[in-house]
Design a protein around this ligand. Structure first.
Ligand SMILES: [Zn+2]
Length: 239
């Protein structure tokens, strides 16, 4: 029987469109996964820097408390100095006051250093917060964009699938089962364009018999990949 190669060309074009839509439908969720991961990373950085700042503040508070206690102790010792009975006791106490004042001076330096670090960390937390906010906005934007894109692609997929189903009704009863099996197994590669020399899908060289069958518009399946072959419309037999 004679075959309408124009029908095969149309079916192949629709199958390719459906593959393309399928790939584009996978791209969107992939983009969403990337921005979601970014957002999670920025959220984690923010938590890490907030925690570091909190710990440093705690350590700084503890040191400041320690300093206040020591200063109170020194004041206490100064009062006792005035009440000393012996010279020896006075000297001992005076030495202890001097030593504690020295220790406090070291403590004050450490506290200053911590306060500087707190300033740096506060800036870091602020930067991390801004980065996190930016990544939240970005993932919201991408999610909205992908939602819209998916809706449009889904509508296009439905439209093409319906058109394809209509066209498939034109395939003769003796070929429809084989066609369905090929599409189920190979997707768009169920059909293959040939220039009447090689298979457009797998490059298998056609035999003289195959070429002759093609010219007579018989149903021809590639001996290499098994696809259902058709000629381009520039070939006389293909139109
Ligand atoms: Zn082939």
């Amino acid at each position: 029987m004679s075959l309408d190669y124009a029908l095969l060309r149309t079916l192949h074009r629709m199958l390719r469109q459906l593959t393309d839509i399928g790939e584009r439908m996978e791209n969107g969720p992939r983009k969403v996964r990337v921005v979601t991961m970014n957002e999670a990373n920025f959220a984690e950085s923010l938590e890490v820097s907030k925690h570091a700042l909190l710990e440093l503040r705690k350590a700084s508070n503890a040191k400041q408390m320690q300093l206040s206690e020591r200063e109170a102790k020194i004041e206490d010792m100064k009062v006792k100095l005035n009440a000393c009975d012996s010279n020896k006791e006075f000297q001992l106490l005076k030495d202890r006051v001097a030593a504690d004042l020295q220790a406090n001076s070291v403590l004050q330096d450490e506290i200053l250093e911590q306060l500087e670090k707190i300033d740096v960390l506060t800036d870091e937390v602020e930067t991390a917060r801004k980065n996190h906010e930016k990544s939240q906005n970005e993932s919201r934007r991408i999610r909205d964009e992908v939602d819209l894109e998916l809706k449009a692609l889904d509508a296009e997929k439905t439209r093409i699938s319906q058109e394809l189903a209509e066209k498939e009704k034109l395939i003769s009863a003796d070929l429809i089962v084989q066609y369905r099996r090929l599409v189920a197994g190979k997707g768009e590669n169920a059909l293959g364009l040939t220039d009447s020399e090689t298979c457009g899908n797998c490059n298998q060289t056609l035999t003289a018999q195959t070429v002759s069958d093609l010219m007579m518009q018989k149903p021809v399946f590639c001996k290499g990949c098994g696809c259902w072959m058709y000629l381009a419309d520039k070939h006389a037999a293909g139109s």
